[in-house]
Ligand binder design. Structure first.
Ligand code: PEP
Length: 260
């Protein structure tokens, strides 16, 4: 079988622990186990522990939305990747909300990627330009800088196991919410893989999973998943709605069935 499609729901700072638990129950009622689709939920930090006991692990995996890059120490208020090791399989790193609202620099993102890998957590690294950068013709430069810094210090073998996401800031619902054309997504992801190939070789570039994220919903998900370059999607707003999210997973399975 080719790579599984990876569908990640980023719940951001939404839902109490109780509401998170209800959403998981609703999703478990609707989402079947598919061998060709992997479904990952990224609830708030607070909900990770209870959900880790409630989820059916054959159907879902958990992701943290963030963590601190040091393993332990006097860092009041932080939670480390080391502490999350038993709870999550994945962690979102370098999300544009973190880069833009919390001052995460290229170097901080690099340190977090390394901390995740060091603690056997697969980083889902978000990469993408703002509207201003796109309008200024800087898209490739921004992708290049974010990608090469994030992967710095990792081996080709480690990169084969991580997940990259092309997530242009202008396409995210809560920023400009402009729906990206599949052609633009394809071009950006080809460029990302090309960068990986130049630095780490063809095998690594083919193995690394690359997702698309930005206002994905049940109506347009197929247009992205049908692109051969796209290994899945990162879903924000639509992942909070169990009808929409379960439909997205269903469509991913259909696309896989048609293509294999
Ligand atoms: C996100 O912020 O990771 C995201 C993909 O959001 P949305 O789908 O709401 O654009």
């Amino acid at each position: 079988m080719d790579k599984k499609l990876l569908i990640v729901g980023n719940w951001k700072m939404h839902l109490t622990v109780h509401q998170s638990s209800l959403l998981v129950h609703r999703l478990q009622e609707r989402i079947a186990t598919h061998r060709d689709v992997e479904v990952v939920l990224a609830p708030s930090m607070l909900a990770l522990q209870p959900l880790s006991m409630e989820i059916d692990r054959r159907r879902f995996r958990l992701a943290a939305q963030n963590a601190y890059h040091k393993d332990e120490g006097a860092y009041t208020g932080e939670v480390s990747f080391a502490m999350l090791g038993d709870l999550v399989h994945y962690a979102i790193v370098g999300h544009s909300a973190r880069r833009l609202y919390f001052g995460e620099t290229l170097d901080i993102v690099r340190d977090k990627v390394q901390a995740a890998v060091r603690n056997d957590i697969v980083p889902i690294i978000c990469i993408g330009e703002t509207k201003q950068e796109r309008d200024a013709g800087e898209t490739k430069q921004v992708i290049h800088d974010q990608l090469t810094t994030a992967l710095m210090n990792l081996t080709g073998k480690e990169i084969e196991n991580i997940v990259l996401t092309y997530e242009p800031v202008w396409a995210i619902t809560t920023f400009d919410g402009i729906v990206a054309k599949p052609r633009d997504v394809q071009e950006a992801i080809r460029f990302m893989r090309h960068q990986v190939e130049e630095l780490y070789g063809e095998r690594t570039a083919n193995a690394v999973r690359v997702l698309y994220g930005g206002s994905v919903n049940e109506h347009d998900v197929r247009s992205y998943l049908e692109l051969p370059e796209v290994d899945g999607v990162l879903v924000g707003a639509a992942s909070l709605n169990y009808h929409q999210f379960s439909e997205i997973v269903k469509i991913a399975h259909q696309v896989q069935t048609e293509q294999n």
